[in-house]
Design a protein around this ligand. Structure first.
Ligand SMILES: *[C@@H]1O[C@H](CO)[C@@H](O)[C@H](O)[C@H]1NC(C)=O
Ligand SMILES: *[C@@H]1O[C@H](CO)[C@@H](O)[C@H](O)[C@H]1NC(C)=O
Ligand SMILES: *[C@@H]1O[C@H](CO)[C@@H](O)[C@H](O)[C@H]1NC(C)=O
Ligand SMILES: *[C@@H]1O[C@H](CO)[C@@H](O)[C@H](O)[C@H]1NC(C)=O
Ligand SMILES: *[C@@H]1O[C@H](CO)[C@@H](O)[C@H](O)[C@H]1NC(C)=O
Length: 328
């Protein structure tokens, strides 16, 4: 009896370890994180592999223990995202002022038609910026395209897809900049709704406009096929998304305490779940570190008040880190 129990236990552990990957806490490497509170979000990386993040009011260099904020909220700002660029200073999304800060100045004039913006994607030569945004209560989302060269801001029509778009959040360009990936999530107050997808758009090579959205991966379907039970959560809430240069897309599932790793060149059934250690509500993520291969995941800890950070050791350089090495 005793030995068969042990065998069952070993078999269980083996099964779990072969189908899931695990992260560890990185709190001791980034002591500033614990002072950033529940609104920690918007991870980004610079060309040296330093890690950055925002909270509602501050844009911080997490790699610098004595760091002064790089940007502090003004005009009722609610920061939502960040990206370090080669040619546009740093970018910080501001959900309540409805612009993106380019250093201390707005990238484009505040636009109240934008729901937020929330997350930011930028192409390799930094001529095209894409912005997601949502209204949580109304369960709606939007997508905007800012053409840096022409200084034009355009709303992309998300109507008419099947399934429809709800809240948009995670946004990222494929490593070759030909496709845009955008998350959609429907709120799930009574656990009856099971809608969370990542859509893929083709980028019009001439104009940069994202077109022809279609579902790339259905997150409930993918997790259910793995025997996981997403219905037990209030909704998966896909949040942050980042690519490595081989097409592995990392998607943080804010309400499912995990990150999904999926290679866009493979069938969604090959996606793998990364189990988190201390981050209970993974808001955002980025590949940083000296070679850009260390995936850092940030979000609220289980107390829902403190900020946590976990680390997953990956083997391929992140898209953002890679693009920042370009000389022109
Ligand atoms: C954001 O982080 C900074 C730096 O750690 C901290 O001083 C500030 O209180 C935080 N803001 C919020 C709203 O938690
Ligand atoms: C971030 O911190 C690292 C480590 O201290 C430092 O080398 C780097 O210059 C800082 N970057 C910025 C933009 O403050
Ligand atoms: C911030 O507020 C000040 C004072 O109301 C105003 O002059 C300034 O234009 C605002 N800046 C932005 C970017 O909204
Ligand atoms: C958005 O697309 C839908 C469906 O194709 C269409 O019915 C609607 O008129 C479009 N809206 C705008 C503002 O172009
Ligand atoms: C990274 O690991 C994956 C999964 O084990 C493997 O398929 C891939 O070839 C590896 N890539 C590199 C660059 O080592």
């Amino acid at each position: 009896m005793f030995s068969s129990l042990i065998l069952v236990a070993i078999a269980f552990v083996k099964d779990v370890s072969s189908s899931t990957l695990t992260a560890v806490s990185a709190a001791s490497d980034f002591p500033i994180v614990k002072s950033m509170g529940s609104t920690i979000e918007g991870a980004s990386v610079d060309k040296f592999g330093n890690l950055f993040a925002i909270n509602q009011t501050h844009f911080m260099n997490l790699s610098d223990t004595g760091a002064e904020p790089l940007l502090v909220a003004r005009n009722g700002s609610f920061f939502s995202s960040s990206r370090i660029t080669r040619t546009l200073n740093f970018l910080v999304g501001d959900a309540t002022v409805h612009t993106v800060w380019k250093g201390l100045v707005p990238l484009f004039p505040p636009n109240s038609k934008m729901l937020q913006p929330n997350d930011i994607a930028i192409n390799a030569d930094e001529s095209r910026v894409y912005l997601s945004g949502m209204n949580f209560g109304a369960d709606t989302g939007d997508l905007w395209y800012y053409n840096v060269v022409e200084n034009t801001l355009q709303n992309i029509n998300l109507s008419g897809t099947e399934p429809p778009f709800f809240r948009t959040n995670g946004i990222e360009l494929s490593p070759d900049d030909t496709e845009l990936f955008l998350s959609s999530a429907q709120n799930n107050p009574d656990e009856s709704v099971r809608a969370a997808q990542i859509f893929r758009f083709q980028i019009d090579a001439e104009t940069g406009v994202p077109k022809y959205p279609r579902v790339a991966i259905d997150l409930y379907e993918t997790l259910s096929a793995k025997g996981l039970d997403p219905a037990a959560s209030p909704g998966l809430d896909p949040d942050g998304m980042r690519f490595d240069i081989d097409g592995n897309l990392f998607i943080s599932l804010n309400s499912f305490q995990s990150v999904l790793k999926w290679n866009i060149h493979c069938d969604p059934s090959s996606a793998t779940v990364i189990t988190l250690k201390t981050v209970k509500f993974p808001a955002n993520l980025e590949l940083a570190g000296p070679e850009g291969k260390d995936l850092y995941i940030i979000g609220k800890c289980s107390d829902e008040e403190t900020a946590c950070i976990d680390h997953y050791v990956h083997n391929t350089t992140g898209r953002a880190f890679h693009n920042l090495q370009r000389l022109s």
